[in-house]
Write a protein of this length. Structure first.
Length: 319
């Protein structure tokens, strides 16, 4: 989900503005609200609050939600799979996939407002080991998944980076323009340090806005980070850097005996949702044993190209 809003303090609501406008002290200044730039900020702030509330509403699909620890964290498989044959870059790619899948599972049970920026480590580890177990298994389908089609999780939700949008003359950007490694907001600096973020670059977005890109050294819950920035520092103008449409993906679900993992190659007009797909399914037991459940779906076109990432970061194990 993308949130494009402006800087606004959560407590600085339209209702309070209305109350202040009724006093002589504030009445003249309320004319400033009629300025397009100010109205834009207020509308953007309202949109941000609407986005957060709509996200929470969309996740209210059972009465047990938010009543305690998510059920997905109960009795997780704890098997370990040796990943020594994985190059360092490939371990990171699998960790990103595992974290994204973990956040998706948490989203089914908890509102983003109740989640933490750091994804529960035990959940990420359990999913990571399941993905590693499938990759090192000797089923023929693995070559198609890992090498031929390079199936990774579709980049929703974001777990690696976020863009904070500011007006070009916002004081928060002054230290960055002076090549300092901090912003002009002490609260934002605290959050950056707390969650081990890196200010990777300051980009020109358009004639009014600049984008400060924050990169996480380790995959995290970007949705929870977005909420934290808004609620604690009033920063609501944020782009979570997620792609539109649909594409190849990995999905995972808990089963009575462990995990069930589906690898999907998707194709067709994917601007909204890909109309065609081919799926490979695996079961990973609580002891780490992998069973191939078979593949089914539409015939994959011979001309279907792999992503550029497959050449830069190939899914090839050490010999």
């Amino acid at each position: 989900m993308r949130i494009f809003t402006a800087l606004i303090r959560p407590k600085f609501t339209l209702y309070r503005l209305y109350q202040k406008s009724q006093t002589k002290k504030y009445a003249p200044s309320m004319l400033n609200l009629l300025k397009p730039r100010t109205l834009s900020k207020l509308v953007c702030g309202a949109l941000c609050m609407l986005s957060l509330s709509s996200t929470a509403f969309a996740q209210r699909n059972n009465k047990a939600k938010d009543l305690g620890s998510p059920k997905i964290l109960e009795n997780l498989p704890t098997f370990f799979v040796d990943d020594a044959v994985f190059p360092a870059y490939l371990k990171q790619i699998y960790k990103v996939d595992a974290t994204r899948l973990a956040v998706r599972l948490l989203n089914k049970e908890q509102r983003v407002t109740k989640q933490t920026v750091r994804v529960p480590e035990e959940l990420v580890k359990s999913i990571y080991n399941a993905l590693i177990a499938v990759r090192v298994s000797d089923y023929g389908a693995i070559d198609s998944i890992a090498k031929m089609y390079y199936v990774r999780t579709f980049a929703q939700p974001s777990v690696e980076s976020i863009v904070l949008l500011f007006e070009h003359d916002d004081p928060i950007l002054d230290p960055i323009k002076q090549r300092k490694d901090s912003t002009g907001n002490a609260g934002v600096n605290r959050i950056i340090k707390e969650h081990n973020l890196v200010m990777s670059k300051l980009s020109y977005m358009d004639e009014e806005r600049s984008g400060l890109v924050l990169q996480s050294r380790e995959p995290i819950n970007i949705g929870a980070l977005t909420h934290k920035l808004f609620m604690e520092e009033g920063i609501g103008c944020i782009d979570e850097k997620t792609p539109w449409g649909d594409g190849n993906d990995i999905s995972i679900d808990r089963s009575k005996t462990g995990w069930e993992i589906t690898y999907s190659v998707k194709f067709g007009n994917c601007q909204n949702q890909c109309p065609k797909s081919y799926n490979w399914k695996f079961a990973v037991s609580e002891g780490g044993e992998v069973t191939y459940l078979g593949g089914a779906g539409d015939i994959i076109p011979t001309f279907l190209a792999t992503s550029a990432a497959s050449k830069k970061f190939p899914d090839v194990l050490k010999k």
